[in-house]
Ligand binder design. Structure first.
Ligand code: NAP
Length: 284
């Protein structure tokens, strides 16, 4: 029997509905809307399009969007000044900086300057530390979306053998920590892992977060396993593809996300939800 689908688009729509209600209540209570600021350095087309889609998604749920664009020639100093101004602005509740930054501006500057309680992408060392120490904080939207997708399908990860393939700071690493915090037994794989297929075959929950189209074949999946595919990268023909060979995997897995980009809507929904969480942290 083919795997059942973990429908990111439908789950994201439910979350957006909940955020809409909460954002309206926030506005009623405080007299001002929730506000998410995007900071774009330069003119990367992918980042420009991401900013537009964040703006549309925010406005649809009643969150104001403040778009800040820095000249591509700007340096760390301008980035720092912009972030300090957004930190100090009580009307702004969440800030996300588009990555990668152009030359002359550095991710580390963002991590060191941004107010952790406005850090809706969970990139500051304070939020990374809170996640390690299991303290309330803000976590990157993509791994958070994966966890929420499981939760909303009434799936507990407690005691499961979870394998996370990929260890980036924005995705694999925080996902592994969230799974550990929920009492899964977690293995993290990367390019130096020996016999990736054998490790994956031991997974009750397999999370693919590499950006390598088709890396996870059907024969690497334990029958009945839950498979989360975060990959959305162009394949050899330029078409966006997941890390998992979806057609082969759905014949083996018990549950699987809906093909390439299936987790994408969850990322945006969690970014909006994180803006609400950030506002609550600021008022705590
Ligand atoms: P990244 O920073 O390039 O990290 C990729 C990770 O995968 C690295 O840890 C790397 O290992 C590991 N890896 C690469 N090739 C591998 C292989 N052959 N075997 C085992 N491990 C391998 O990428 P990222 O930012 O985490 O993004 C990963 C994917 O998720 C991309 O397709 C991206 O587009 C997608 N993504 C989706 C969303 C969303 O909204 N759904 C959000 C963010 C990212 P090393 O550490 O050893 O190099």
């Amino acid at each position: 029997m083919p795997a059942q689908l973990l429908d990111g688009a439908a789950t994201a729509a439910t979350i957006r509905g909940e955020v809409t209600t909460a954002a309206a209540a926030f506005r009623k209570e405080t007299g001002a809307p929730l506000c998410l600021a995007t900071v774009l350095g330069g003119d990367d087309p992918g980042s420009r399009s991401y900013v537009r889609s964040i703006g549309r998604a925010a406005e649809r749920v009643g969150i104001a969007h403040r778009a800040v664009t820095l000249d591509a020639a700007a340096r760390d100093e301008a980035l720092r000044d912009t972030l300090r101004a957004l930190n100090a602005d009580a009307a702004v509740h969440g800030v996300i900086v588009m990555l990668p930054l152009p030359e002359g501006m550095h991710e580390r500057t963002v991590a060191e300057t941004l107010d952790p309680n406005k850090d809706v992408d969970g990139i500051t060392p304070v939020n990374a530390g809170r996640l390690v120490l299991r303290q309330p904080g803000l976590v990157s939207s993509t791994p958070l979306g994966g966890m929420e997708l499981l939760r909303r399908h009434q799936m507990s990860v407690r005691g499961l053998n979870a394998v996370v393939v990929g260890r980036s700071s924005i995705l694999g690493r925080p996902l592994a920590l969230m799974l550990l915090n929920e009492s899964a037994t977690v293995t993290v794989c990367h390019t130096q892992t020996r016999d990736l297929a054998a490790v994956c075959r031991g997974a009750d929950l397999l999370c693919a977060a590499t950006g390598k189209p088709g890396l996870i074949r059907g024969d690497m999946i334990k029958p009945g396993a839950i498979v989360l595919d975060f990959g959305t990268s162009p394949d050899a023909s330029g078409k966006l593809a997941g890390d998992v060979d979806f057609e082969a995997a759905r014949e083996v897995a018990g549950w699987i996300t809906t093909g390439p980009g299936g987790t994408g809507p969850m990322t945006t929904a969690m970014l909006l939800s994180n803006t609400l969480a950030a506002a609550r942290l600021q008022r705590a």
